[in-house]
Design a binder for this molecule. Structure first.
Ligand SMILES: *Cc1c(COP(=O)(O)O)cnc(C)c1O
Length: 355
């Protein structure tokens, strides 16, 4: 197949999905399976669907379009672009929203298509990414008032997202805030809002500790299915974390000093690099660069190999301490972190092998 190559174990991802779906269903929580990290790659999405999710969720409408064949509701989880309103109405059933301007645009196309479109109004309880800030009560009420006047838009739920921009962790307190917003709206407008979409993989820990408010009945889960990790990127007990491997081929092996010779300016990415003098070391170059994945997201499976850095197309590793007699053409195996999976899936130069 050739290298660099990303190997994705879809049966392990399916096992992860089944386990999380079972646990959530036992607590009355529906699972929106988030597929965005797999860039719409069909066979992996199929594994997640087969794992029993209730909704397919993705950040890109281009991906949701490809999932038409799956008989599940499709949810757009990035705040919609106004310019994509028509496609969003055509290829999805639910969106997370925060701007009335865009909601009005969705109404326009939903009416044309004679469709009732569901929205989940996002409330920001502190992470400072999307949503109306929870203290802006007036904005929340005014937005809901206007939503309720729209004929083809259904206020399906209230939602929040944490642990993404601000790194704020989900707690009983901030999630109780969210539940409060929902209850107040129901009382004030005399309506029923069926869904509270309470967060992502980072919520699994407090869910397991029974500290997540009972009223939260939907989670949007991505990385836990993909890589078996959650809060603080720590493994979630019972899930497979060895789902993804990246392989890169060695194109050069040379013994060189560990500190560059000459006046050090800046590297190709504008940073002034730092070097530790460890004497002469055996270094290998792998045909893998930042165009595929940034080096900080790579961990060699052979713990005696160290990643030194990379430029656009060259990854430099220190193989001095490895017990293996590595040669040109040999392949090095890496574990990848979330950011690495995201970019390697997106790079057209990285081949994908789905097990
Ligand atoms: C990415 C994303 C998720 C899933 O997050 P994970 O940490 O991968 O579980 C959920 N909701 C929104 C809005 C997202 O953007």
């Amino acid at each position: 197949m050739g290298y660099p190559m990303l190997e994705i174990n879809s049966s392990k991802i399916k096992e992860n999905t089944k386990l999380i779906v079972d646990e959530c269903h036992k607590r009355g929580i529906q699972v929106a399976g988030v597929t965005k990290v797999f860039a719409g790659y069909e066979r992996i999405v199929r594994a997640i669907v087969d794992g029993g999710i209730d909704i397919i969720a993705d950040s890109r409408i281009e991906n949701l379009k490809k999932f038409k064949k799956y008989d599940l509701p499709k949810m757009l989880i990035r705040i919609p672009m106004k310019s994509q309103a028509r496609e969003i109405i055509n290829y999805s059933d639910i969106a997370l929203v925060s701007e009335f301007d865009t909601i009005k645009e969705l109404q326009k196309y939903a009416k044309k298509e004679n469709k009732k479109y569901k929205i989940i109004l996002m409330v920001d309880v502190g992470d400072l990414r999307e949503g109306i800030f929870y203290k802006e009560k007036q904005e929340i009420y005014e937005t809901v008032k206007k939503i309720l006047e729209l004929s083809n838009i259904e206020l399906h739920g209230i939602g929040t997202n944490l642990c993404c921009y601000g790194g704020v962790i989900p707690t009983k307190d901030n999630l109780t805030e969210l539940v409060g917003v929902k209850k107040d709206l129901e009382n004030y407008f005399n309506i029923r809002i069926p869904i509270i979409s309470g967060g992502n993989s980072e919520n699994i820990q407090i869910m397991r500790m029974n500290e997540m408010p009972m009223e939260i009945n939907q989670l949007r889960i991505g990385v836990a299915l993909a890589m078996g990790i959650g809060l603080y990127d720590k493994p979630i007990e019972g899930l497979n974390t060895d789902t993804i491997k990246l392989y890169a081929e060695i194109v050069e092996i040379k013994v060189k000093p560990s500190v560059p010779i000459g006046t050090i300016g800046i590297d190709a990415f504008g940073a002034k690099p730092q070097f530790e003098d460890r004497g002469f070391r055996k270094r290998a170059i792998c045909a893998l660069g930042r165009q595929d994945v940034y080096p900080e997201f790579l961990q060699p499976i052979d713990e005696k190999i160290k990643v030194l850095g990379s430029s656009s197309d060259h990854l430099i590793i220190d193989i001095t301490d490895s017990d293996k007699e590595l040669r040109i053409g040999d392949v090095i195996e890496f574990r990848v972190l979330y950011g690495g999976l995201l970019s390697a899936m997106t790079s057209k130069y990285v081949k994908k092998k789905v097990l």
